[in-house]
Write a protein that binds this ligand. Structure first.
Ligand code: NAP
Length: 253
């Protein structure tokens, strides 16, 4: 049996990835604070197992408990392959340094960085003990590679996840795991709505992002997920540890 652990599957990109995993007949372990009835129904129709692990990833005790539950489900006696998609993410706080809300910074780092690091840490331990192969996909952002006014925390956590992805690939070379980071471009999700609602003092590029929406330049989560699925469906071609960018992948098509 194959399982896909998908964090942030309640909406946006995570929902689209989980949906397309179900279409691939992969059993789903959905991790988020809110449940997604549409995914549950789709899994039932396709006769695919679907588990929702309700977990606030910004809360370390909920993450600990959630991790036990996720690993119990993912590594059972019939498991032969496990995907992990670290997709859950937050953009807030959007503000300049000096004006950052301390609580929002801590929650941000916990969701965007600490949680994926700890989930991967447990996954690799369990998988190597049980000799099960995994495919780790970390959702990153172009902001990892450039400094963006107002996005210091976001750029920092995404840059860190890129480095963690490379280090994981380096350490696990020869163990049969696949690992990559996926930079999905701009997607029409709630996160973009939050970005557009910032003030120009908080985020200097706000008008550019409003314009992208007005000009219909945001991709749908389904399209962005499909590009990722095409990539992971050719595992032998994957360069472990690499940051794959949607823009490069669609250019090749
Ligand atoms: N949208 C873009 O243009 C864009 C561009 C580049 C990269 N990305 C990346 O793509 C990924 C998905 O973004 P999106 O645009 O789909 O975002 P979104 O629509 O805002 O959805 C975020 C998801 O993360 C989950 N999440 C947030 N906080 C959480 C918490 N404390 N605990 C558990 N789950 C939490 C949410 O679930 P609940 O609220 O139910 O908990 C939701 O399912 C993120 O990593 C983001 O950084 C997005």
């Amino acid at each position: 049996m194959q399982y896909a652990i998908v964090t942030g599957s309640s909406r946006g990109l995570g929902e689209a990835i989980a949906e397309q995993m179900i279409e691939k007949n992969v059993n789903i372990i959905a991790v988020s604070r809110s449940e997604n009835e549409k995914l549950k129904k789709k899994a039932e129709e396709r006769k695919v197992d679907y588990f929702h692990v309700s977990c606030d990833l910004s809360d370390s005790s909920q993450l600990d408990e959630g991790l036990d539950r996720i690993m119990d489900i993912a590594f059972n006696e019939d498991t032969h392959y496990v995907y992990l998609v670290n997709n859950a993410g937050v953009i807030e706080p959007i503000d300049t340094i000096g004006n950052l809300d301390a609580d929002a910074v801590q929650k941000h780092i916990q969701v965007n960085l600490t949680a994926p690091v700890l989930i991967i840490n447990r996954l690799i331990k369990e998988a190597n003990q049980k000799e099960i192969r995994t495919f780790v996909i970390n959702i990153t952002s172009g902001a990892a590679e450039r400094s963006v006014h107002g996005w210091s925390t976001y750029s920092t956590t995404k840059a860190a996840i890129n480095r963690f992805t490379e280090t994981l690939a380096l350490e696990q070379e020869g163990n049969g795991h696949k690992v990559l980071a996926y930079s999905p471009g701009v997607i029409d999700t709630d996160m973009q709505g939050e970005i557009r609602s910032s003030s120009a003092e908080q985020f200097a590029e706000v008008d550019k992002f409003k314009q992208l929406k007005e000009e219909g330049k945001l991709r749908s989560p389904e399209e962005v997920a499909a590009v990722l699925m095409d990539l992971i469906n050719q595992p032998d071609d994957i360069e472990n540890g690499k940051v794959y960018k949607l823009y490069d992948l669609v250019e090749k098509q």
